[in-house]
Design a protein around this ligand. Structure first.
Ligand code: UDP
Ligand code: MG
Length: 311
């Protein structure tokens, strides 16, 4: 059996070497072969030099470098595309995903699980961050069609079957958490303690997370559109009731002072709703626009294999 460890890296000069040491220490005595596939997602620091030197030192290290930053989703996709292993592990470079779990994950894979998921608890995380995350999952799970669980991220082992299924999903707007759940297969969950990032900065700002949340809802279903339809129907229904009521009132009592306030209120309400749902519809159209363009998810500038043949 061969294992591919796929690691998206964006400005990870401070952690990459540590990560490599840890992985190769952990797997020194394992009974399977592995490759470490590093994806350089357009890093602006010395990440590329580190990858070059690791790849020249250790033939188990391969890399794929993007021409610019395409995002972690694109990096994971590239990793799965280039991975040669029978099983693929996706993990972060910052040691927040402990390499010590790898042997156990592989054990489970050998038992026939197609997705072995590492689930993190939230000890030691900033309170605001974990609060936000919890709220995020509450809201998102009531909105999307697939099941998303707190603490379950991208850190997981995927069998060849699962990887090939994921590669069949060609959508441009990728939301991995949803995709992993969408492909199904039998899964096994391993829990681990949360680790605080050792070095370098997290690449996710708060607004990033918020945008990620919106992506999650919108790229994963059409419920928002459905809400728009229902709400539109309800509002229209009450609007008709109101108009009929006013009409009867005018016929019975004559025109008294027209309700200026209620009129304005109604206009504002409907105007607001319309804007809101036009925004949602616009989001979907924007996504269709991106899908229709059929652009690649990433552009590769250099790989370790190219390196070998050129030099
Ligand atoms: N990452 C990436 N491209 C990006 C942002 C992040 O490849 O545009 C990588 C990053 O190098 C790391 C992983 O994705 O290996 C997770 O990033 P980070 O630790 O910043 O996220 P967090 O753990 O805070 O969610
Ligand atoms: Mg991290």
């Amino acid at each position: 059996m061969k294992l591919s460890i796929v690691v998206p890296c964006y400005n990870e000069e401070k952690t990459l070497e540590k990560f490599y040491m840890k992985v190769q220490e952990t797997l020194r005595y394992c009974d399977f072969s592995f490759e470490l596939l590093l994806i350089n997602d357009g890093s602006k620091d010395k990440t590329q030099q580190i990858m070059d030197s690791l790849a020249s030192k250790d033939s188990r290290v391969r890399f794929v470098s993007f021409s610019k930053n395409f995002g972690k989703e694109a990096a994971m996709l590239a990793g799965m595309t280039y991975a040669k292993g029978d099983n693929v592990i996706l993990m972060d470079a910052d040691l927040q995903h402990p390499p010590s779990l790898i042997p156990e994950m592989v054990e489970k894979a050998k038992l026939g699980y197609d997705q072995v998921i590492a689930k993190r608890n939230r000890h030691g995380e900033a309170f605001s961050r974990s609060l936000f995350t919890r709220m995020y999952y509450k809201i998102i799970n009531s909105l999307v069609d697939v099941e998303l669980t707190d603490g379950i991220g991208d850190f997981r082992l995927l069998s060849r079957k699962a990887v090939d299924s994921l590669l069949q999903l060609k959508e441009f707007n990728r939301f991995s958490k949803g995709l992993f759940s969408w492909i199904g297969f039998n899964e096994y969950i391993i829990e681990y303690d949360n680790v605080v990032r050792e070095d370098g900065d997290s690449k996710w700002a708060f607004t990033h997370l918020l945008n990620y949340g919106i992506d999650g809802v919108i790229s994963f279903n059409n419920k928002p559109l459905r809400i728009a339809i229902y709400l539109g129907l309800i509002v229209t229904f009450f609007d008709i009731l109101y108009v009929l009521f006013m009409l009867v009132r005018i016929i019975m009592l004559g025109v008294d002072v027209p309700g200026y306030f209620t009129t304005i209120a109604a206009i504002l309400l409907i105007g607001g709703l319309q804007l809101f749902f036009m925004g949602i519809v616009g989001e979907y159209i924007g996504r269709i626009y991106y899908e229709v363009k059929q652009r690649p998810h990433y552009i590769v500038k250099k790989t370790s294999e190219m390196n070998d043949s050129e030099e």
